[in-house]
Design a protein around this ligand. Structure first.
Ligand code: COD
Ligand code: ATP
Length: 199
């Protein structure tokens, strides 16, 4: 029986780090953040709707999306973020379903969907198992500020725009604690895959 795993977490909790470990095991990953970039390439319907809603101020000189600018608008304004979600999420969802289906048709037994907003967007029906990458809020804040070069306020706004990771723990089939070393994270991942009879 093929298995679709929903890999989730919070912003900067370590989903990509775990996704890379799974990729090294030749498990295909369908990454929502990558798909979210594809659906807003210049000229797509989603791109046009975004410009209509938020104006040309969200574009760079070469007409590509100015991601830091759009991020600074939507992460400090819940209403605007909801508008962005309403414009982008349908096309992201459609594309993710198609990509996953394609991997299954190609004969892959396990496919991972990496979806940061798996619980917030109520997408759990798309997957068989949910795997959470958990960190404390202190670790999350520190890693997010460092990785994205954000102020504490900017990083906190982003974290607050998502369901608390402590809530996601209760909803997940398995949890990886990524507060420690990458090696410890990999050991936990391997144990979970063994439990799920994947390796
Ligand atoms: C606002 C955008 C342009 C900022 O781009 P940027 O390159 O700075 O960030 P990136 O795309 O790498 O996202 C980083 C993380 O932010 C968080 N995040 C992104 N969008 C949202 C959102 N609408 N609500 C809550 N958290 C979000 C996720 O944890 C994601 O992994 C971009 O995040 C985006 O297009 N967001 C809308 C699409 C979306 O909801 N993506 C989340 C996965 S479905
Ligand atoms: N166990 C760890 N120890 C130290 N640093 C880590 C660990 N895991 C991840 N990091 C670092 O924390 C940051 C966030 O990790 P990563 O990019 O994997 O998170 P993410 O959940 O995919 O983030 P996003 O959803 O925002 O794209 C990165 O800079 C990464 O190198």
């Amino acid at each position: 029986m093929p298995l679709v795993i929903g890999l989730t977490g919070g912003i900067a909790s370590g989903k990509s780090t775990v996704a890379n470990m799974l990729r090294d095991k030749n498990i295909p990953i369908v990454d929502a953040d990558i798909v979210a970039r594809e659906v807003v390439e210049i000229g797509t319907d989603t791109y046009k709707e975004l410009v209509k809603e938020f104006g040309t101020e969200i574009l760079n000189d070469d007409k590509t999306l100015n991601r830091p600018k759009l991020g600074s608008i939507i992460f400090q304004d819940e209403t605007k973020r909801q508008k962005l979600n309403n414009i982008m999420h349908p096309s992201i969802r459609t594309s993710m379903k198609e990509k996953t289906q394609k991997f299954l048709e190609d004969g892959h037994e396990v496919v991972v969907m990496d979806i940061p907003l798996l619980f917030e967007s109520k997408l759990t029906h798309l997957v068989d198992k949910t795997l959470l990458v958990y960190v404390t809020e202190a670790t999350q804040l520190k890693r997010l500020m460092e990785r994205n070069d954000l102020s504490e306020k900017e990083a906190t706004d982003r974290i607050r725009s998502q369901m608390p990771l402590t809530e996601k723990v209760k909803l997940s089939h398995a949890v990886i604690d990524n507060n420690g070393s990458v090696t410890k994270t990999e050991q936990q991942l391997n144990d979970i895959l063994t439990n799920w009879h994947i390796q």
